[in-house]
Ligand binder design. Structure first.
Ligand SMILES: Cc1ncc(COP(=O)(O)O)c(C=O)c1O
Length: 400
């Protein structure tokens, strides 16, 4: 049993101390105003988040999954269409494609950046392909210039899944500004989190923004006149006010996350059994998660066992961790397809067995990162012989 205070994977209570007073006064003002949905806070949030992402329009919706569904809908993607996306992501990415009646076509990821490999995309394009849906996983931007070049060559649209990447950038351009549309989740655990569900689509395309506003409100541009079908995916004023209050802190919080990532790098460097995340030189990382790979240098099964044991023992020592995500989407029942058997996307399968996300939030202190790292080293020292371990430098992988 440990006598040390526990360190959760995420502590939202610390963040609330900074912004709680102003959020509470806005929430009371909204409650007293009697105006609860799509009001001044929602409109201001749309403007500010769009500007933050370097584009002109934002359309606030109920959550990040709706943002993805509506983004694809606004591009008229539906039955018979194919959308290229990675299998190593949260289910909502491919779920949105499938819920539009289109087919998610998976392309494997890079083992170093965890993001879709542009050099494998062209082989997956057919005459039915309509769009590419890259994910900035864990907050690291995907290789957008390569993806944009492929999309342009083949006449495809790009929808960025920027659920985890807000505040990141590549070659000086924010995530969310590369595609035709980009989808953000404001789920409470995200770098910019609401006090409930919330999401947004951002775009520089005025026509798409106008269509999205219609689709999120039952297909009506003018109330009670419905030119097409839509859904109810409006954002309420309380969530908008929470997000607006937090937005001015986001750059500072992301920079603190960067500092925490540097501390992990310093404390965990050269730990047998651990491969640290690598930032591509063109990227500013949002560090939504700090995700290491746990490896024996042996089989996938051995890696998975070691990763799961490490998580369990960290938990016993009061340290939170999480595996995002234990099963790649091509092996999930919901996306079953005869082509998608074990071995179809080997890197995604390997990562699903190896990844472990460690505590990551702006308020983490150096001493906490040191303690987490010491515990990891102590646990692994008993489980892995240094000779069995393959150094990260011999792990293959391009950093696209
Ligand atoms: C990569 C990714 N895509 C989509 C989503 C869906 O967002 P939401 O939970 O707001 O619906 C999430 C959030 O969990 C996510 O991490």
């Amino acid at each position: 049993m440990t006598t040390n205070p526990s360190i959760p994977i995420l502590d939202l209570k610390e963040q609330y101390k900074q912004v709680g007073n102003s959020i509470e006064s806005k929430v009371i003002e909204i409650l007293r105003s009697g105006h609860y949905i799509l009001g001044k806070y929602g409109a201001e949030l749309e403007e500010e988040v769009a500007a933050f992402c370097g584009v002109r329009f934002g359309v606030a919706v109920a959550n990040g999954t709706d943002a993805l569904i509506l983004a694809l809908w606004s591009l008229d993607i539906g039955p018979g269409d194919e959308v290229i996306t990675p299998p190593f992501t949260f289910a909502a990415t491919a779920e949105a494609i499938a819920l539009r009646g289109a087919k998610p076509v998976f392309v494997d990821v890079d083992p170093i950046t965890f993001n879709i490999r542009p050099d494998l995309i062209e082989a997956a394009i057919t005459e039915r392909t309509k769009a590419i849906l890259p994910v900035h996983l864990y907050g690291q931007p995907a290789n957008m210039e390569a993806i944009c070049a492929i999309a342009e060559k083949h006449g495809l649209r790009i929808v960025e899944d920027n659920a985890q990447g807000i505040g990141a950038s590549r070659k000086g351009h924010p995530t969310g500004s590369w595609g035709d549309l980009a989808c953000i989740s404001f789920y409470p655990t995200k770098n910019l989190g609401a006090a409930g569900d919330a999401g947004m689509i951002v775009t520089d395309n005025e026509d798409l923004a106008r269509r999205l506003k219609v689709l999120r409100a039952h297909g009506s541009a003018v109330r009670y006149f419905h030119d097409e079908l839509g859904v109810n995916s409006r954002l309420d004023e309380i969530q908008a006010a929470v997000l607006l209050t937090k937005l001015p802190f986001l750059r500072q919080w992301n920079s603190q996350r960067n500092t925490v990532a540097r501390w992990y790098e310093e404390c965990l460097r050269n730990t047998p059994g651990i491969i640290l995340p690598v930032i591509n030189a063109d990227n500013v990382h949002a560090w939504h998660q700090y995700t290491v790979r746990v490896t024996t240098g042996g089989t996938i099964e051995a890696d998975k066992q070691l990763r799961d044991e490490l998580a369990k023992e960290l938990n016993a020592r009061g340290i939170g961790s999480m595996c995002y995500y234990p099963v790649p989407l091509h092996l999930q029942q919901a996306f079953a397809d005869e082509r998608y058997t074990v071995g179809a996307f080997p890197v995604s399968e390997q990562l699903a067995a190896q990844v472990l996300s460690l505590p990551m939030y702006p308020e983490l202190a150096y001493g906490q990162v040191m303690r987490i790292s010491k515990e990891i080293k102590a646990i692994l020292a008993n489980k892995i012989s240094a000779s069995a371990y393959v150094s990260p430098s011999v792990m293959t992988g391009v950093v696209p």
